[in-house]
Design a protein around this ligand. Sequence first.
Ligand SMILES: Nc1ncnc2c1ncn2[C@@H]1O[C@H](COP(=O)(O)OP(=O)(O)OP(=O)(O)O)[C@@H](O)[C@H]1O
Length: 226
Amino acid sequence: MFRIEEVEHRYGDRTVLRDVSVELTERRVAVVGANGSGKSTFARLLNGLVVPTSGTVTVDGLDTRKDGRRIRAKVGFVFQDPDLQIVMPTVAEDLAFGLKHRGLSKADIDQRVEQALEDNGLRDLRDQPAHLLSGGQKQRLAIASVLATAPRYVVFDEPTTMLDLRSKRQIARVMAELEQPVVVVSHDMDLLEGFDRVLVFDEGRLVADGPPDVSIAFYLELMGAC
Ligand SMILES: Nc1ncnc2c1ncn2[C@@H]1O[C@H](COP(=O)(O)OP(=O)(O)OP(=O)(O)O)[C@@H](O)[C@H]1O
């Protein structure tokens, strides 16, 4: 469970989140809002990549300010741009990289890599240079690398922005089948089908919070789209 209490966040003298208090307990939570409204900053607060300037963020009772390492092991984070996440030459090596330094045996790592290749439709790409993959394949690899670490929660920050329709659908399917609770920042309303709860941010404030139909209608009106 994520508990965000009276959070404000500033970059330098610029306040980008203000007075945000919310508890997230649902399986599928989405975050929408205009460019620059603070969504990515909010997402990053959830795994301690960003710590709040004031207020607190806890994950299952752990404070992101004090327990960053444990929280990052619990909360997987998928970036918009998979190139930020892919660090090793081949697909299999990249999957293995995230599993090192976790106290796993080599046999365990090998087994998890094989499972991740299988689960994410990457088996045929096992020994391919990661930088030669298509955008959709790279995003699948980035997601597979995060899932291979068996996080308790997964946060996605605009995971489909750079993808074509087919790849978007593949990622939507991967997300729909996940057992873990997810929090997804997205501009892609189609991706939010079946979500339990949608948060709307505007200029750093949480301005709507409810079921998708209600929140999305609010958001469209805010954007002047209806
Ligand atoms: N590391 C940083 N240093 C300074 N300012 C930042 C930093 N990261 C974000 N900002 C600023 O904070 C504000 C909120 O950014 P954020 O990325 O959280 O918004 P967003 O809603 O995710 O936007 P988008 O939809 O464009 O991704 C923006 O004005 C942005 O320029």
